[in-house]
Design a protein around this ligand. Structure first.
Ligand SMILES: C[S@@+](CC[C@H](N)C(=O)[O-])C[C@H]1O[C@@H](n2cnc3c(N)ncnc32)[C@H](O)[C@@H]1O
Length: 315
């Protein structure tokens, strides 16, 4: 099999519900260092598309040409020999009709030697036309395995959604999965599980022993060691690169409970950067505690309920 050397350029397709546009853009900015143009992003960074719930696929570019014929000539020159490959057409520009898509896949297919497999390909390739330019390369679709993690032994009403936890971890880690992460108010461990799945070094704390036990059972359910610690945030002595803090809610759900205030006050010493999740806008409050807000967005849930995501500099 002759494997072709692709360029170090990738095209990603991003998809989101309109109420998640802001958080999706914040996540993309964190991972890629820039916001997407519409629903696409070109980058030299190779990111597994399954890392984000918003990434749909990645095209590892091999050729870019102004016409299909030039693209076909380029592919022909490579004299590729691939076993069990499949060519997909990714519809982007709307001027490529069904017949033209089939034509493109067939012309490229004729230039590749080896065996074609529609049902169980070992190599996925794709051709597309974006902004008038024809593109060809290796194609990788994201999986939706995160959906299965909605089912865990213990859940409670204030636990974060799996998709939001996964997105927060990506915002926290940016393009460096080696950073240390802490969830000082971890509840039943939703953020901890998403970080562990990504291979991130994370530590979880909660001041309620019963909840810590539930978090550890959840973590173990997904095959990791449950080493969540029962501690009040004020007693955490270690420091981390980033903290994700889903502020406690109580009967004072629409105001700041004392518990939440204590957590905000203590958060500064835990990490260089803190990502707060809250039910009200806490910008003024953070300023009062001399926590500098560097970015923020809101997340709508079922188009009415919102959560605020606020990123601050900590230590
Ligand atoms: C909103 S819940 C976190 C939910 C979590 N993100 C999840 O998905 O399960 C807030 C948690 O903060 C914990 N908590 C409140 N005050 C705390 C403190 N001072 N130190 C540590 N944990 C605290 C509570 O026990 C509660 O489990």
């Amino acid at each position: 099999m002759t494997v072709f050397e692709p360029m170090e350029e990738f095209l990603y397709f991003i998809n989101y519900k309109k109420e998640h546009k802001d958080i999706c853009e914040l996540e993309m900015k964190s991972i890629f260092g820039k916001k997407p143009e519409g629903k696409y992003i070109y980058s030299s960074l190779k990111i597994n598309p399954s890392r984000s719930v918003f990434l749909n696929w990645r095209l590892n570019l091999k050729y870019k040409s102004n016409t299909l014929n030039e693209l076909v000539i380029d592919v022909e020159k490579d004299e590729l020999l691939l076993e069990d490959y499949r060519i997909n057409f990714l519809t982007i520009d709307s001027d490529v009709n069904y017949a033209s898509r089939l034509d493109a896949m067939s012309k490229i297919g004729w230039c590749i030697n080896g065996s074609f497999s529609l049902k169980s390909p070992k190599v996925e390739l794709a051709v597309t036309k974006k902004d008038g330019v024809w593109l060809f390369g290796y194609y990788e679709k994201s999986d939706s395995s995160w959906l299965t993690r909605k089912q865990k032994p213990h859940n409670y009403s204030f636990a974060l959604d799996v998709w939001l936890s996964k997105t927060l971890v990506n915002i926290a880690m940016e393009n460096d999965l080696k950073k240390s992460l802490v969830d000082p108010c971890c509840g039943v461990g939703t953020v901890l599980i998403e970080a562990l799945i990504l291979g991130v070094n994370i530590k979880g704390y909660d001041f309620n022993q019963a909840i810590v036990n539930l978090a550890n059972e959840n973590i173990e359910f997904f095959g990791f060691n449950g080493n969540t610690i029962c501690s009040d945030i004020k007693d955490i002595n270690e420091t981390y690169d980033v903290a994700i803090i889903d502020l406690p809610y109580g009967q004072f759900i629409k105001s700041h409970s004392d518990t939440a205030l204590t957590v905000i006050q203590q958060s500064k010493k835990t990490a260089n950067r803190i990502i707060f999740v809250s039910m009200i806008d806490i910008t003024d409050l953070l300023n009062e505690y001399e926590l500098q807000v560097i970015d923020k967005c809101t997340v709508m849930k079922r188009s009415k309920f919102s959560r605020f995501i606020t990123i601050c500099d900590g230590l």
